[in-house]
Design a protein around this ligand. Structure first.
Ligand code: PGA
Length: 252
């Protein structure tokens, strides 16, 4: 059965004490919701993983890193591997965010390596895809999204693929205040689900959680989440205040 998920992506925000405080607030608020209709995850900086893991109930709030290395260990100064992430007690990793692809030149091949290593470490993956404004306007956006998914995920076995959550995040909507309309998002979510169905079968596609990300907030979440193929959100800016984040968590 397909799960609804609302995941926060804190990006490079908060000090460790601030992050611990925010995680505590989210966990308390989630615990207070009577019939929660989605899983909740916080995606925190590497430095925060261990400290946040100590203050949350992992059965109520999942814990994600925002990246992992494309190697397991060794002489890669400054990198953090998937086994290291898993050893903190985190259960998810966000991979393929457009900020990683854009600013840090992460290619489909690099992401494929990261996907494999994350799965080997027992992490579930929130895998991001999405087009730029130029690609939306020149009409290539569907091909771009298909290639991103195919080139980094379609080598997986059906069993492995069941640990993948896909997040559709149009780059032009990230942090811009400009949200995709619910119809625009639904169109792409349905496309992604059909690609997954072609590759892994209808049942796997039906069970795959597909999140929307890009200026999602309490005011627009209900309309987005009402769409049949939108199973929740990956939330940047609005995940940095517990009240805003909870406004999205309770939008179902
Ligand atoms: P935003 O970011 O909600 O601030 O637009 C979403 C994301 O990049 O995951």
């Amino acid at each position: 059965m397909r799960k609804n998920i609302v995941a926060g992506n804190w990006k490079m925000n908060t000090t460790v004490p601030e992050g611990v405080q925010l995680a505590k607030e989210v966990c308390q608020a989630v615990s207070a919701v009577e019939s929660l209709k989605c899983d909740v995850i916080v995606g925190v900086p590497f430095t925060h993983l261990t400290a946040v893991r100590e203050v949350i109930d992992i059965n109520k709030v999942g814990l994600a890193a925002q990246n992992c290395a494309d190697h397991t260990s060794g002489a890669y100064t400054g990198e953090v591997s998937a086994p290291m992430v898993a050893s903190t007690g985190a259960n998810y990793v966000i991979l393929g965010h457009s900020e990683r692809r854009g600013y840090y030149h992460e290619t489909a091949q690099i992401l494929k390596e990261k996907v494999d290593l994350a799965l080997q470490s027992g992490l579930k993956i929130i895998f991001c895809c999405g087009e730029s404004l130029e690609e939306r306007e020149n009409g290539t956006f569907k091909d771009v999204i298909e290639a991103e998914i195919r080139d980094s995920l379609f080598h997986l076995t059906t069993e492995q693929f069941q640990n993948i959550v896909i997040a559709y995040e149009p780059i032009w909507a990230i942090g811009t205040g400009k949200t995709a309309t619910s119809d625009q998002a639904q169109e792409i979510h349905a496309l992604i689900r059909s690609l997954v169905a072609d590759k892994f079968g209808a049942q796997v596609a039906d069970d795959t959680t597909i999140l929307y990300g890009g200026s999602c907030k309490p005011s627009n979440a209900p309309e987005l989440f009402a769409k049949p193929d939108i199973d929740g959100g990956l939330i940047g800016g609005a995940s940095l205040k517990a009240a805003d984040f909870m406004g999205i968590v309770t939008a179902f």
